[in-house]
Design a protein around this ligand. Structure first.
Ligand code: GAL
Length: 670
């Protein structure tokens, strides 16, 4: 396992942070007074304030008034509630749109977004930047030293709507970015392979953002994704610099939207810029594996915080409102989801939002306090959760332990995959990762989802799941790991291109071919609804590949289809005792489950503990104490082999903990 660090910054709450986005500007003074009472009753200790309040602070250009904020900060402070203060720059005031319509981002056809909504700015616009930094400066200097403020929250979900801008200002910024990266136009032509279709440039001024209606070059597309992420990161950094000048001790973050990926911006490369990494995570009610989606994103967040604690900044108390049909959470799901995030290393349970809005775009999004008020089962569940969290203060001294498996995940690989035409177009990046992660999730094997450049020593198994783009450094790190005795699994369509999105020739997967001792010469994708069977009975879909096992053992062969008789799964034993597995197809069902069992046995990976089916088990520990999170996602009573005292009920369990159907337990282990 890698070195795990506790966060070096002051955590914004005592104990687990509990609360959510608070938008009191939408409500009367009387309602706000009621909010304070109900927040205290629910045990709320942190709220995110002011995220969309630019026009409240600066109602007309250059006229600032922070009296509303002063009142709110004092009131929250009197009520013992700390504040994660937003910079309001996601909410461009309408007066600014009127004064400077040119700050609106433009789509691929050059159409500006409509004013209103949010994030209505081009990330490269110097005009927007000037206005945004002015309000941040005035805000920071005004509130510096206020005891209620525990941290800063820059903007909101940067890139959520404005991540790719094609306006003239962005085009010029992109040209400068490319010039800085490559130095000469010849280097750009070489890296992107512009000789194809005779697209070579003779000067940087000819480079445009890849928009319009045409098929663009994969290298060009990938660099535009990188540029777009960097342009937004510049905005984050500029705001952070202002905040650090006025309030150097306060942690600064912005809320990520980490799910399966690829992300809208490159969160993994942004993470080191955050004092605390924070995530907004929304489940999709129709996804039968939504609890595993929480686990996968939590394992990614932990990877981004080097194993230390991270913040769940937003999730939903029940249904969102952006799907065609928005399913309410099932009974008990609110609690299970909160505990599932905590189990993966979050030290907070925060929601969007505290009180359900009666107007505005998200008037039907669920909240901690629903439209119907406090005399509701929804609010009762929130109160119950608050009282449970209050018993878990000791958890903040612990981190998730016991991950013997690392999955390599990189947004650039996902962006490269969707940049240009592929044997299978639009395969979702990380689908393979998610399927394998689920197979391990079902066995209660804890996984760290980490960047390819994370240290790998100490893991018993490293999985490279559909990592389409792999740099030479990544190939070397994985190879060194296996040469040092580790077990590696490389799956199909990994290591196919280099960081320029150029195919590594000489046999697939170019980056890992030597390590695997196996070589693919041809991709043979499978039509939707069809499958192949392997000679051991396992079934696979989507993908197959003509592979030669030059110096690897064949574990299974294709038994039918066009590749009958060729290797499907290979394993090479390295002199060190390490092993390199290649999975050239997309196993499904029992085949995937059985394959995973073989792999775990080969690598010597153990479960957190034995449980009945449907019970999730994750361990968090300090140097002295360990706590076992048990979450029963099933509809029958479950169990886990463990001993200790349940912090939630005080019940002592000897050797076997029972977990009620749909229930949770946090066992302080003996
Ligand atoms: C998040 C966003 C919130 C709210 C929430 C619910 O993505 O940060 O402001 O919109 O979704 O839809």
């Amino acid at each position: 396992m890698t070195e795990k660090n506790l966060t070096p910054v002051a955590w914004p709450s005592d104990g687990i942070a509990f609360g959510g986005d608070y938008n009191p500007e939408q409500w009367s003074a009387e309602t706000v007074r009621e909010d304070m009472k109900l927040m205290r009753e629910a045990g709320v200790n942190l709220v995110t304030l002011g995220v969309f309040s630019w026009v409240v602070y600066e109602p007309t250009e250059g006229r600032f008034d922070f009296s509303w904020l002063d009142g709110m900060l004092d009131l929250l402070h009197e009520n013992g509630i700390r504040v994660d203060l937003g910079t309001p720059t996601a909410a461009v005031p309408m007066w600014l749109h009127r004064l400077h319509p040119e700050i609106l981002p433009q789509d691929t056809l050059g159409h500006p977004l409509a004013p209103g909504g949010r994030l209505g700015f081009c990330p490269s616009s110097p005009i927007y930047r000037r206005f945004a930094l002015r309000v941040v400066e005035r805000l920071a200097e005004h509130v510096a030293g206020h005891p209620a403020i525990a941290m800063w929250h820059i903007s909101n979900e940067l890139g959520g709507g404005n991540a790719r801008c094609h306006c003239p200002v962005s085009t010029e910024h992109f040209q400068r970015w490319v010039q800085r990266k490559y130095g000469s136009i010849e280097a750009v032509n070489a890296a992107w392979g512009m000789t194809f279709w005779g697209n070579s440039y003779s000067s940087f001024e000819e480079i445009v953002t890849p928009g319009g209606i045409t098929a663009h070059n994969p290298g060009h597309l990938l660099d535009f994704e990188r540029f777009s992420s960097d342009a937004l990161l510049e905005q984050y950094r500029a705001e952070r610099q202002v905040l650090k000048r006025h309030t150097p001790a306060l942690p600064v973050t912005t809320n990520f939207m980490v799910g399966m990926g690829p992300d809208v911006v490159d969160y993994t490369r942004w993470a080191p810029e955050m004092d605390i990494v924070a995530n907004d995570h929304y489940t999709y009610g129709l996804d039968p594996l939504r609890h595993q989606d929480i686990a996968f994103s939590g394992d990614r967040m932990r990877g981004m915080s080097d194993g230390g604690p991270w913040m769940l900044m937003e999730h939903a108390a029940s249904a969102p409102s952006w799907h065609p049909i928005n399913l309410a959470k099932k009974p008990g799901e609110l609690t299970r989801h909160a505990f599932a995030h905590l189990a993966r290393g979050s030290n907070s349970v925060m929601y969007f939002q505290w009180r359900a809005s009666k107007s505005g775009t998200e008037q039907f999004h669920s909240a901690m306090l629903p439209h119907a008020g406090s005399d509701t089962r929804a609010f009762a569940s929130i109160q119950q959760l608050g009282s449970q969290l209050a018993r878990l203060g000791a958890l903040t001294d612990t981190i998730v332990t016991g991950a013997q498996v690392a999955f390599l995940h990189d947004n650039e690989a996902g962006w490269a995959l969707r940049s240009g035409l592929k044997p299978i177009n639009n395969p979702p990046y990380a689908a393979t990762a998610r399927a394998l992660h689920n197979a391990l999730f079902e066995k209660n094997v804890t996984v760290d989802v980490v960047a390819p450049w994370a240290p790998l020593h100490g893991y018993a198994l490293v999985v490279v799941p559909g990592l389409f783009l792999a740099s030479d450094e990544t190939a070397q790190a994985v190879t060194d790991y296996a040469k040092a005795g580790g077990t590696v699994l490389i799956t199909w369509f990994s290591g196919i291109v280099d960081p320029s999105n150029t195919v590594r020739t000489g046999g697939y997967p170019g980056a890992f071919r030597e390590l695997l001792g196996a070589r693919g010469e041809e991709f043979v994708p499978l039509a939707e609804g069809t499958s192949v069977t392997l000679d051991n009975g396992w079934r696979a879909e989507r993908w197959s590949e003509l592979v030669h096992a030059d110096s690897a053992d064949v574990i299974a062969r294709y038994a039918d289809g066009d590749l009958a008789g060729f290797p499907a799964i290979t394993r090479r034993t390295l002199p060190s005792g390490g092993a390199a597995w290649y999975l050239s197809t997309d196993l499904v069902g029992d085949g995937l489950r059985e394959f995973t069992e073989h792999l775990l046995a080969d690598a010597g990976v153990r479960s957190v503990c034995a449980t009945s089916a449907g019970v999730e088990a994750v361990r968090r520990a300090s140097d002295t104490t360990s706590y076992l999170f048990l979450i029963n996602h099933g509809e029958a009573e479950g169990w886990a082999e463990a001993s200790g005292t349940d912090l939630l009920t005080g019940t002592r369990h000897e050797s076997r903990v029972t977990v009620p159907a749909g229930g949770v337990a946090v066992v302080q282990e003996v």
